[in-house]
Structures are given as structure tokens and as C-alpha cells.
Ligand binder design. Structure first.
Ligand code: ADP
Length: 228
């Protein structure tokens, strides 16, 4: 699903945010990417979404070599990757249903399909009865569920969650993680970037640790690495 070979990202100011990393993530995996602030996590996410380009090395996402991808094909690639952020990024003036439908409308999905798909993902995240609520009427955990539903509505094979529990209390954080685990069990590859030591320790999944732009630890199953 994701292959990075000797990837280097040097910003124009000379900072090497990623310094030769090798990562391979198979279809169906659940992977945590951890590391202190400044270790290169956000840079990695931006590279996977092709928001920025690597300085050198190879990146393949879903069998597409990002170095060779045509500009016109980037929107299609992004539709195949669901993304969830720490700050939810919901549209304030739209209700839950409309926020999710919006993600389909921009990809010119027929109305009939929107009406069918939105209730499916709302039910998946356990928010069927809140479809008319505005984001401000929801708790942080509920808002993150809406964001997850929106990320999944195009049925992407890959979901990337960038600090999804950063704004949530421990109970809601745990519930969001269980939801991501369920989604993974249904076949979606899930990559979670996080600082949340407690959750990583509890989940016992694959953990890739970045430090100063390098992979310093990559364990099959375990907790937060002390090397970060
Ligand atoms: P993390 O997400 O783990 O906090 P980042 O990928 O944001 O790490 O940052 C890695 C390094 O790259 C840091 O030293 C940061 O200051 C630097 N960096 C990030 N973005 C930029 C940018 N646009 N221009 C220059 N340096 C950057």
C-alpha cells in the first residue's frame, strides 16, 4: 500500500525533515507513526498526500509512483486516501449530513449515490441520529467521528489519521481508536500519526518511530518506543 525507499526531504531553508527513510506498509495493516515534535511526522504525511515532493528517494502509494504521477491524476490519488486531522476540519455552517455529502459532491457523485452512501458511513461511526446537527452542537469525539465518516465515504483503501486524538479527552480518544481499529478490521489500511503514548501502548500494533528524520525503531507489535 505504501513504500518509501531512502526518502529525503530537505526544505529550502536547509532543514532535512526526513533523512533517508525506508518504510513499507502492506494492505490491511494498522500502523502507528510516532516521534517527538520536529521528528518529521507531518512532512511524511504531506509527502504521502503529494502536498509536497521529496528531495530524493522513491515513494509509492497504492501502486502509484508519486514521482511519476501526472498533476491531473493527483485528485484521484487523494480520493483514494481518507484523511483525518487533529482539528476535525468540518464546515461550520453545514450539518453532519451535508458535511459528509459535500465530500461526495466535490467528486461529482450522483445524488442517488450520495443519499445511499451518507447514511451507511454515519451508521458505521455510530452517529445516525445526529445527521441534522451542526458541528458546534457536537462533542469533540462526535466531531471526529463525522470527520472519519467523511474520510471514508469515498470508500478509500487507505486512511491516514494525523493526531486524531490530539483534541480529545482520554475516553473519547480511546473510542476513536476503537473505531479506527474496527475500520481496519473491515479491510482499510490505517496509518495513525500520534503522540499519544498511552493509546499506542494499549493498542499493541505496529509502531514506527521517527527521530530527527530517521526511522529509529519499527516493531511488528508493541508500545511506544523509548527511543523517540
Ligand atoms: P513533526 O510533524 O514530527 O513535528 P515536521 O515534519 O513538522 O515534524 O518537521 C520536521 C522538521 O522540518 C522540523 O525541524 C521542522 O522545523 C522542519 N520543517 C517542517 N516544515 C517546514 C517548512 N515548510 N520549511 C522549513 N522547515 C520545515
Amino acid at each position: 500500500m505504501i513504500v518509501l525507499e531512502n526518502v529525503v526531504k530537505e526544505y529550502p531553508n536547509g532543514v532535512k525533515a526526513l533523512d533517508g527513510i525506508d518504510i513499507s506498509i502492506d494492505k490491511g495493516e494498522f500502523v502507528f507513526i510516532v516521534g517527538n515534535s520536529g521528528s518529521g511526522k507531518s512532512t511524511l504525511v504531506k509527502l504521502l498526500l503529494r502536498e509536497i515532493k521529496q528531495t530524493s528517494g522513491k515513494i509509492v502509494v497504492k501502486s502509484t509512483n508519486l514521482d511519476k504521477i501526472r498533476r491531473s491524476k493527483i485528485p484521484k490519488l487523494r480520493r483514494e486516501i481518507g484523511v483525518v486531522f487533529q482539528d476535525f476540519r468540518l464546515l461550520k455552517t453545514l450539518n453532519v449530513y451535508e458535511n459528509i455529502a459535500f465530500a461526495l459532491r466535490v467528486t461529482e457523485t450522483p445524488m442517488r449515490k450520495i443519499r445511499r452512501q451518507v447514511p451507511v458511513v454515519l451508521s458505521l461511526v455510530g452517529l445516525s441520529d445526529k445527521y441534522k446537527a451542526l458541528p458546534k452542537e457536537l462533542s469533540g469525539g462526535e466531531q471526529q467521528r463525522v470527520a472519519i465518516a467523511r474520510a471514508l465515504v469515498n470508500n478509500p483503501p487507505l486512511l491516514i489519521a494525523d493526531e486524531p486524538t490530539g483534541n480529545l479527552d482520554p475516553q473519547n480518544s480511546w473510542e476513536i481508536m476503537k473505531l479506527l481499529e474496527d475500520i481496519n478490521k473491515r479491510g482499510t489500511t490505517v496509518v495513525v500519526v500520534t503522540h499519544n503514548r498511552e493509546i499506542v501502548n494499549k493498542m499493541q500494533k505496529r509502531v514506527i518511530t521517527l527521530k530527527k528524520g530517521k526511522v529509529v525503531c519499527d516493531i511488528e507489535r508493541g508500545g511506544y518506543s523509548d527511543e523517540s
